[in-house]
Design a binder for this molecule. Structure first.
Ligand code: AMP
Length: 212
């Protein structure tokens, strides 16, 4: 039976990096609402135009809009998913259960990390759009500056990865995370890992949690 994972954690806590490894090594599908929204913006769709300014400023997009986009992009019966960036608040957590997961149990995995580490990580984060690779100028630089090792494409510094926006996104995150943790704890499906460790060490923690 397909197993479902819900990744909870601050922007920059390493959710995306770990998700892409689980995709390669364990056959999960990664569904990131941030990526779906950025794809709409890149396409220039009506939805993309509506949300572009919101993403740039680091605010949250309307719950209903994101939920519809999520539903349109996953088929829970046949695949194991990693939900990354959704839920962002308690209402979204409840909607994910009621409208997407249904009778499928999911493990909620919380990537615990301090704000200071997150800010340093994000302002040094560079991403490759096509390959999905994520680099860090300090801890995982590309072999050639500014170029993706895998695809050769130019790396991007996301607009919302600038320091002022990162701090705003962290404030939003910290205000919303507590009720979500309580929600998943009460359902007995909350698991925590120490996300300040190296990528390899976090992956090992993750493997253990998945196999529980
Ligand atoms: P992320 O790539 O997960 O950091 O998301 C980037 C941006 O997309 C966020 O700062 C929000 O503006 C928007 N976004 C992504 N997921 C959601 C969500 N579940 N609810 C509302 N807005 C979202």
């Amino acid at each position: 039976m397909a197993s479902q994972l819900v990744f909870l954690g601050a922007p920059g806590s390493g959710k995306g990096t770990q998700a892409s490894r689980l995709v390669k090594e364990k056959g999960y599908k990664h569904i990131s609402t941030g990526d779906l929204l950025r794809a709409e913006i890149a396409k220039g769709s009506a939805l993309g135009k509506k949300v572009e300014g919101i993403l740039k400023e680091g605010r949250l997009v309307d719950d209903g809009v994101v939920l519809e986009l999520l539903k349109a992009n996953c088929s829970i019966e046949s695949h194991s998913y990693i939900f990354d960036g959704f839920p962002r608040n308690l209402d979204q957590a409840k909607a994910l259960d009621a409208q997407v997961l249904g009778s499928h149990q999911a493990k909620a995995i919380y990537f615990e990390i301090s704000t200071d580490i997150v800010v340093e990580r994000i302002i040094n984060r560079r991403v490759a759009k096509k390959s999905g690779e994520i680099y860090n100028l300090l801890t995982r630089p590309p072999k050639t500056p500014g170029i993706c090792d895998i695809s050769g494409e130019a790396l991007i510094h996301r607009d919302d990865d600038k320091e002022e926006t990162v701090r705003k996104r962290m404030d939003i995150f910290l205000a919303e995370i507590k009720p979500m943790l309580d929600y998943y704890k009460n359902k007995n499906c909350l698991f925590k890992l120490d996300a300040s460790e190296s990528s390899q060490a976090v992956f090992e923690q993750l493997e253990e949690l998945i196999n529980l």
